[in-house]
Design a protein around this ligand. Structure first.
Ligand code: MCN
Length: 776
């Protein structure tokens, strides 16, 4: 039986579920010291003085370092020329929470006391918190030498006016995709030990080889003396591919103190110092005919980058522009973007990274077209879909060629499982009943760009290349070790590559060990991001296994005195077709591979090892149709997601159990963005208002619905598995379904749009314009 496609339980779970997994903060080598960073109390200020005398007098404090101590080291890699981020705030702070000094102490408690005792003298500067403020004519500048808070502008090359004018109708929409915190369970942390043999650093990171490459270059040490290990990583969601200064500074602290030094964020530090996600504003215009056919779409994106231009942050509006038209055949699409800096935490990748923003925009637009034409939103979608026989489909951007999909089938399956007609009926019958909630029904049909693998696709974000590596080694007893360049942090990659290798090699799943996240053992790697592991490292595993098996078969044929073509491999043995009794175990073949006297003459000892750097000719394009029914409590405005249907298309599914788990997690984050989460600041001071999990509302299981899941499979033609990624799908597809449903519930009140998050108060005010809310 094939393991690919089976609901195999995760290899990684026994350790995780019994508390035996090792995360960075579990490591406590002898003599380990603890580092804690001093956060800026001000959002924008000149640093006049940092008084560390009291901190240094505290017993157990080993040292305090400020920007001055790093003056011989370059700014951090990436960003824009002349606007790079220094290791510590230098001269000026640009957001509340920016690290300005670092303390090393005997333990974290002493370090925390020392941080609290450091007095920083500031001279406040005027702040800019929002895109509007950043772009105003007299805006204070974060980087005066640059002359503007706008860092990168790709303007409209606009020839759409004539086409817009020729349409029956046109409508504009401005919307905000709010700033979200990333909130992995494990915050950012590392443990650096720089001794006579070089630097070893354990880091909670999604791309350890990249961190190794960047750090060794920054510290000017050979890569051979710089080992990065990402042990178990408790989630990253994109924020752990950021080359944060803490990872560069901690090794130096180890060198300077002559001790292993650990750094591990508190939750509040993580909320302020890990990069945030989203934070885009969109100006959209659409031209369409009275029959619902969309003729033209214009999208202008403004990206709030926060205080510095992180390379992945710069990539977000690019991806949003690329995916502007979603799964619709819109003949005229024009896009543009600009990036601005503000006195807020820097913004970078967060699950979906630029694609949730595109999906939200186009799916809100399609619903608006439905509203203005009076045509059912399902029909408007069906009217405008790219059809399944039109792939590969060239979009408005030459970099983006959709590989395969079947949007009409996705949506009809979604409406079927949602029981669309009867939900519409329920909506009508409840509307005027004061004891019943308002019902809303919303859809999102979406496509995303994933499987970052084509050459050039990751290099722009500071990565070496875009291939992914897999290396398989057969041991003398016929068990196998698979080394992969991906660096999973919750996805279950260990399980799925073992499934793939077991199928190809005929070695049992339990006898395949998977190694990842260590630059000393894994030959090279790019990492886990952009829903690329299945298409890239899964494919690398498949092809490398096939190549290795060819040589194993030659050995087995030699031992059995049979023809290679007649051999079948399964259940850890090679047998001869038609003569099942004639067989040799994998263990014997493996043993022979180390014994030259038993090998065919053309093979050498140790031949059963294979490695591959898998490249890809295109991205993969997962798609889906999500539909939901929401209920709004008429008295409080509280939204409950009553029913949620998720139909996904990720091509070949390696493990349906894990794929569903990925979608559930992503949808939780998507519903959270639609209904609950927003990183907020006090506007006059720039102080964060949501810097812990009391103030920042992350939903828990009771806040989320049960999901009804379905599947359509259109294989990806660009990799040997036919698989597309799914890790980000839920977060990309779900926010517009929820928002469309809420706006649908309020449509009879004349409401056409509300920005996320749809908190009860916002809904209540929309339902009761001009009223004061009665106190409970
Ligand atoms: N899968 C499958 N068949 C497919 C596609 C996927 O069975 N055709 C399943 C496999 O179990 C695979 C998993 O889904 O291990 C995800 O595969 P893939 O879509 O290739 O995504 P990656 O492994 O590259 O993961 C990256 C993606 C991203 S970009 C973010 S952000 C994210 C995510 O995955 N962050 C996560 N999922 C996360 N899950 C957890 N628990 N924690 C995070 O931080």
């Amino acid at each position: 039986m094939s393991l690919v496609g089976a609901r195999v339980l995760r290899k990684e779970d026994p350790k995780l579920l019994t508390g035996r997994a090792t995360f960075v903060d579990d490591l406590q080598p002898t003599n380990c010291a603890f580092a804690q960073f001093v956060p800026s109390e001000r959002a924008h200020a000149e640093i006049l003085n940092i008084d560390v005398a009291r901190a240094l007098s505290i017993p157990g404090v080993i040292g305090v370092w400020t920007a001055h101590d790093f003056r011989d080291y370059p700014d951090l890699p990436g960003g824009l020329p002349d606007l790079e981020r220094p290791p510590l705030a230098t001269g000026r702070v640009r957001w509340a929470g920016e690290p300005i000094a670092v303390v090393v102490a005997e333990n974290r408690y002493i370090a925390a006391d020392a941080v609290a005792s450091i007095e920083v003298e500031y001279e406040d500067l005027p702040i800019v918190m929002t895109i509007r403020e950043a772009l105003s004519a007299d805006a204070p500048l974060l980087f005066p030498q640059h002359g503007s808070n706008a860092l990168l502008t790709v303007p409209l090359v606009d020839d759409l006016d004539r086409i817009m004018e020729s349409c029956d109708q046109r409508v504009s929409l401005r919307l905000t995709n709010q700033r979200c915190a990333v909130v992995p369970i494990e915050t950012m942390g590392c443990l650096a030990d720089w001794n006579i043999d070089g630097l070893t650093m354990w880091a909670s990171f999604q791309a350890p080889h990249h961190l190794r490459n960047k750090i060794s270059a920054w510290l000017d040490i050979p890569q051979t003396q710089c080992r990065i290990i990402s042990p178990h990583v408790g989630g990253g969601f994109g924020a752990k591919i950021v080359f944060a200064p803490e990872f560069f500074i901690t090794p130096l602290l180890s060198k300077w103190t002559g001790r292993p030094v650990k750094f591990s964020q508190t939750r509040t530090e993580a909320m302020l110092q890990m990069t945030h996600g989203r934070d885009q504003e969109h100006e959209l215009e659409v031209g369409f005919e009275n029959d619902g056919r969309i003729k033209a779409l214009r999208m202008v994106v403004t990206q709030n980058l926060g205080a510095y231009a992180d390379p992945t942050g710069l990539g977000l509006p690019v991806l949003t522009n690329w995916m502007a038209a979603g799964c619709y055949k819109i003949p005229n699409v024009q896009t543009a973007f600009r990036c601005v800096v503000t006195n807020t935490t820097p913004v970078a990748a967060y699950r979906g990274a630029g694609r949730p923003e595109a999906t939200y925009a186009v799916e809100r637009i399609v619903d608006l077209v439905a509203r203005r034409t009076g045509i059912d939103p399902v029909k408007v979608r069906q009217h405008n879909f790219i059809q399944s026989n039109e792939f590969p489909y060239e979009t408005h951007n030459e970099a983006v060629i959709y590989d395969s999909g079947n949007f009409p089938e996705l949506l009809s399956e979604c409406t079927r499982l949602l029981d669309y007609d009867s939900e519409r009926e329920r909506q009508r019958s409840y509307r005027d009943d004061p004891n019943k909630p308002l019902i809303g029904i919303g859809f999102s049909t979406w496509i995303e760009i994933a499987g970052f693998g084509p050459n050039g696709s990751l290099e722009g974000f500071g990565h070496l290349a875009s291939w992914e590596s897999a290396q398989i080694r057969i041991h003398p007893d016929g068990s196998a070790t698979l080394f992969i360049g991906a660096a999973p942090h919750g996805q279950g990659t260990e399980t799925i590559v073992a499934q793939i290798a077991a199928d190809e090699l005929g070695i049992s799943f339990e006898r395949i060990n998977v190694v990842y996240g260590d630059t000393a053992t894994v030959i090279q790697g790019i990492g886990t991001m952009g829903s690329r592991s299945v298409p890239m490292v899964g494919s690398a595993t498949k092809v490398a296994s096939q190549r290795l098996l060819e040589r194993a078969k030659r050995i087995a044929a030699h031992l059995l005195e049979a023809a290679e073509e007649d051999l079948i491999v399964s259940n850890n043995a090679f047998s001869v077709r038609g003569t099942p009794g004639k067989k040799v175990g994998w263990s014997d073949v493996a043993l022979a591979s180390f014994q030259p006297l038993r090998l065919p003459p053309e093979l050498q000892a140790g031949t059963l090892e294979e490695r591959l750097f898998q490249e890809s000719p295109n991205f993969s394009y997962p798609s889906g149709a999500y539909g939901c029914v929401i209920e709004i409590d008429k008295r409080s405005g509280k939204v409950t997601v009553a029913k949620m249907v998720l139909i996904d298309d990720c091509g070949t599914v390696i493990n349906p159990l894990l794929a569903e788990g990925q979608v559930h997690g992503g949808v939780a984050q998507g519903i959270a963005q639609a209904l609950y989460e927003e990183m907020r600041y006090e506007t006059s001071s720039g102080q964060p208002l949501t810097s812990n999990l009391v103030d920042y509302l992350v939903p828990s299981a009771p806040d989320l619905p049960n999901y009804i899941a379905g599947r359509v499979n259109t294989p990806c033609p660009n990799n040997p598995l036919g698989a597309k990624g799914i890790g980000e799908s839920g977060a990309i597809g779900s926010p517009p379904a929820v928002v469309n449903a809420v706006v649908d519930a309020l449509a009879h009140l004349g409401i056409e749009h509300l920005d996320m998050p749809l908190l009860p108060e916002k809904i209540w005010r929309a339902m009761n314009p001009g009223s004061q809310r009665e106190e409970a």
